[in-house]
Design a protein around this ligand. Structure first.
Ligand code: APR
Ligand code: PHB
Length: 393
């Protein structure tokens, strides 16, 4: 068995693990990232792309925002469409000057990997049988295999940034954790298309046939979603059916705004809310999707992962600068306070915009009343804008 040593061992090279590694590198703290997949796979995953101000600032601190600064789009508003009637929500005015930045998560991952490897940061791709061990002691270890070698990575701390299906959360004795979960009775069919989006801003459309979202990957592509049944398969969704449904849910008046183009990606995403408490056990710290999941309405998954990393990187830096464990001890509590508020917002947007099940007509009327109230109340719209553009850290 080979032996390696680092200060913080990081499991997972998604946005959470990569941003943590970059921030710690900038503070002179050594890390090694162990990633199960190969680099090409990691750089091609397609996910939401709406960034809060805090996320953009953190990527700046991580010195990984050069392409973002030149290619991203600033969005000062979103649109909400109700059965074909569109209404613009002026995020900037309602939130006191804030906006969101549209830039794909795929690009963020590419940028973080490029900068980190160029500056000499270590990412071990295709690490298999990754096992975090001894994290209840002061000498935690991550065991892994790479190129046929079995290695023990000795570290001071382990950061579990390995997503919802990772090994970190499941390595903690279940009796030490509490889980909170909601699975929604619908999914999203998502496409990426070589076609201009119907509007310069995102359109969240609630329609009697179901929810649709018209988003984009600047500069030229559309990212479009349709509410669908949980047990749907891609065979139910030939291209023609998708385009017709996208036109229909945007409404008769605006259907012509949909421009068809080659569909280069098609997939179904289930919708889930999930939180683990606490996000720490001994010297193993969970961050990002490893600890919590939000449904994609509102695009908070990446932003939440990055706010965890804000708190966790500060806590590690404070420990190595001063020897204080105060911030490490309060990491879980501090992060969870923001996570639960964002879970609430994502649940609220999801429940309000999606058609509820046929059998629950009461719930469907309530959510339509909620939407009607939202669109008629400046107070309610301000709350939407405050949450959508991002709560403070
Ligand atoms: N060993 C090593 N790496 C692993 C393991 C394992 N056992 N299990 C998973 N991984 C890797 C995955 O291959 C992936 O690259 O951990 C990484 C986790 O990355 P993400 O799933 O992107 O999670 P995170 O970094 O927390 O980012 C959250 O991703 O799912 C979206 O909506 C979410 O946008 C949010 C963001
Ligand atoms: C996306 O562009 O993929 C996206 C945008 C906004 C959301 C969800 C997904 O709320």
């Amino acid at each position: 068995m080979k032996v390696k040593r680092t200060q913080v061992g990081i499991i997972g090279a998604g946005p959470a693990g990569l941003t943590l590694a970059r921030l710690l590198f900038e503070s002179g703290i050594s890390t090694v990232i162990l990633e199960a997949k190969d680099r090409e796979y990691v750089e091609n995953r397609i996910r939401a792309g709406v960034l809060e101000k805090g996320s953009v600032e953190l990527l700046g601190r991580a010195k990984s925002d050069a392409r973002l600064q030149s290619n991203a789009q600033i969005h000062k508003g979103i649109e909400i469409s109700l059965n074909g009637d569109r209404c613009r929500v002026n995020l900037e005015k309602l939130s006191g000057g804030k906006h969101v930045t549209v830039y794909g998560q795929t690009e963020i991952t590419i940028d973080l990997i490029e900068v980190h490897t160029k500056l000499g940061g270590e990412i071990i791709f295709e690490a298999s049988n990754v096992i975090p061990r001894d994290f209840e002691t002061k000498t935690p270890v991550i065991q892994y295999e790479s190129n046929g070698d079995l290695t023990e990575l000795q570290c001071d701390f382990i950061a579990g940034c390995d997503g919802f299906h990772g090994i970190s959360r499941s390595s903690i004795p279940p009796s030490k954790l509490k889980f909170f979960e909601r699975v929604y009775p619908y999914s999203w069919l998502g496409i990426l298309a070589e076609a201009p989006p119907p509007s310069k801003e995102l359109i969240y459309a609630s329609h009697e046939r179901g929810f649709a979202l018209y988003s984009m990957r600047p500069p030229t592509r559309s990212r479009l979603y349709l509410q669908c049944e949980n047990n749907t398969t891609l065979d139910h969704w030939p291209d023609e059916v998708i385009w017709n449904e996208l036109r229909c849910r945007l409404g008769v008046k605006d259907a012509h705004l949909i421009q068809e183009g080659e569909i280069i990606e098609k997939g179904v995403t289930p919708m889930r809310s999930f939180v683990t408490e606490p996000m720490q056990y001994g010297n193993l710290f969970l961050a990002g999707d490893a600890a919590h999941i939000v449904p994609p309405t509102g695009a908070k998954g990446l932003n939440l992962a990055l706010s965890d990393i804000f708190y966790l990187s500060n806590a590690f830096t404070s420990f190595y600068d001063t020897g204080s464990t105060k911030e490490l001890k309060s990491y879980s509590k501090t992060a969870l306070s923001r996570i639960w508020k964002t879970e609430r917002f994502s649940w609220w947007m999801t429940s309000m915009l999606h058609k509820a099940s046929e059998t629950d007509n009461f719930e469907d009327r309530i959510r339509l009343a909620e939407l009607d109230y939202l669109l008629s109340s400046e107070a309610a719209l301000s709350s939407l804008a405050e949450n959508y553009t991002g709560l403070p850290y």
